[in-house]
Design a protein around this ligand. Structure first.
Ligand SMILES: NC(=O)NCCC[C@H](N)C(=O)O
Length: 415
């Protein structure tokens, strides 16, 4: 099937990248405070100016390699140009931002009216400090009681990790239900973009999993290994129940996908998603964090031949190399271990996303400069690397793959 004309088309992890979605970090990072770092999923506070410079370098590498870069903030603003859509967006945003108190809601709506669409999107991403609206009229008890919390609306500092709130799979998406409240709010932008942006509006975009589900699924756990096979992490962020639901939808969709490999990885912050410990860099080469090799269990999921609408789930007993060979039809598989398996260097570099490479073509990836031990090993394995600066962006615990959502990749021949 030729999907090259579609607004979305991703049938592999490594096909030549044509269009990618980024978010340039903005003032939301300047609304991070030490007291709330844990809840907002940050370990430190990046210096915004340098983070933006690093991010611009990331975009430059992509553009120099023929990739169209589109920005979340621009698409979201264009999606809410229509006044009635903008009003709906504000209402829904205030509900999801958990803004209680009629006085607060009214004042915020009034405050937002001064902004054009782009300014409004920037503002809701940044969050609203109480000092911005010093004289809102308290109406209800919720308005009157001052809890000394400094924000009326929390910032969304994780938005530059565009990989997670939705994921392109084939010609559709999973519009994800995120594990945490702080990140769940991010999915509203994708919802409005896919419903209202002219780039997508004329096209049928199937949704394989939706944000109103009760269990969580995050894009960092979703990897398309080839046009038949999807890998998904059962992780700190993605639950097995979500994978079953997604599997039933995608395997019965008429798209090319026939099998899912569910990777059960340890549930801990350093390994939050599958792509923090395992990514694909070439037809037969993968980066992996050595610490997951022992505890890893892989389940294969296919459609049951006996009963329609049921899944066949098998706990795979072979080594990871053999599982990948079997399901991807490969003669040989190379696992490239973070920092060549040295336990200290691997732990340090994985913490800063040494395994989180972004493939822009088969055998060609973008990597963080600070992971120089792993980067050298990648080169020794014949992988071409493009190195981006990484002092500030890495403080959010995500690398080049986490910071990008492919919208279109070229199909791979014989994939
Ligand atoms: N795919 C990814 O691993 N994304 C990185 C997300 C980092 C972000 N601070 C988070 O905890 O969700």
């Amino acid at each position: 099937m030729d999907n090259s004309h579609r607004a979305l088309n991703v049938s592999s992890e490594i096909g030549k990248l044509k269009t990618v979605l980024l978010h340039r970090p903005g003032k939301e990072l300047e609304n991070l405070m030490p007291d709330y770092l844990d809840r907002l999923l940050f370990d430190d506070i990046p210096y915004l100016k340098i983070a933006q410079e690093e991010h611009d370098k990331f975009a430059k590498i992509l553009k120099e390699n023929g990739v169209e870069v589109v920005y979340l903030e621009e698409l979201a603003a264009e999606a809410i140009e229509d006044e009635s859509v903008r009003e709906r967006f504000v209402e829904e945003f205030l509900n999801e931002a958990n803004v209680l108190g009629e006085g607060k809601r009214r004042s915020l709506k009034e405050y937002f009216k001064q902004f054009n669409s782009r300014q409004l999107i920037d503002k809701v991403m940044q969050g609203v400090r109480k000092t911005e609206l010093p004289r809102y009229k308290p109406k209800t008890l919720t308005d009157m009681v001052d809890d000394n919390y400094p924000f009326l609306v929390d910032p969304m500092p994780n938005l530059y990790f565009t990989r997670d709130p939705f994921a392109t799979i084939g010609t559709g998406i999973t519009l994800n239900h995120m594990k945490t409240e702080t990140r769940n709010r991010e999915t509203i932008f994708a919802k409005y973009i896919f419903e209202n942006h002219p780039r997508f509006k004329g096209e049928y975009i199937p949704i394989w999993f939706n944000r109103d589900e009760k269990t969580s699924l995050e894009g960092g756990d979703e990897l398309i290994l080839n046009k038949k096979t999807i890998a998904i992490g059962i992780s700190e962020r993605t639950e097995a129940a979500s994978i079953e639901k997604f599997a039933k939808n995608i395997l019965n969709s008429g798209q090319t996908f026939e099998q899912i490999l569910a990777f059960d990885i340890p549930k801990k912050r350093a390994f939050m998603h599958l792509d923090t410990v395992f990514t694909m860099v070439d037809y037969d080469k993968f980066t992996i964090h050595p610490q997951i090799e022992g505890p890893l269990t892989v389940y294969s999921i296919t459609k049951s031949k006996e009963k329609e609408d049921e899944l066949k789930i098998v706990k795979e007993e072979a080594s990871l190399e053999d599982i990948l060979k079997k399901y991807l039809g490969l003669e040989k598989v190379t696992l490239i271990r973070c920092a060549n398996g040295n336990n200290i260097d691997a732990a340090r570099e994985q913490w800063n996303d040494g395994s989180n490479t972004l493939a822009i073509a088969p055998g060609e990836v973008i990597v963080y400069s600070r992971n120089y031990v792993t980067n050298k090993i990648l080169e020794e394995n014949g992988i071409k690397i493009h190195v981006m600066p990484s002092s500030e962006l890495s403080r959010g615990r995500g690398g080049p793959r986490c910071m990008s959502m492919p919208l279109i990749r070229e199909d791979i021949k014989n994939n």
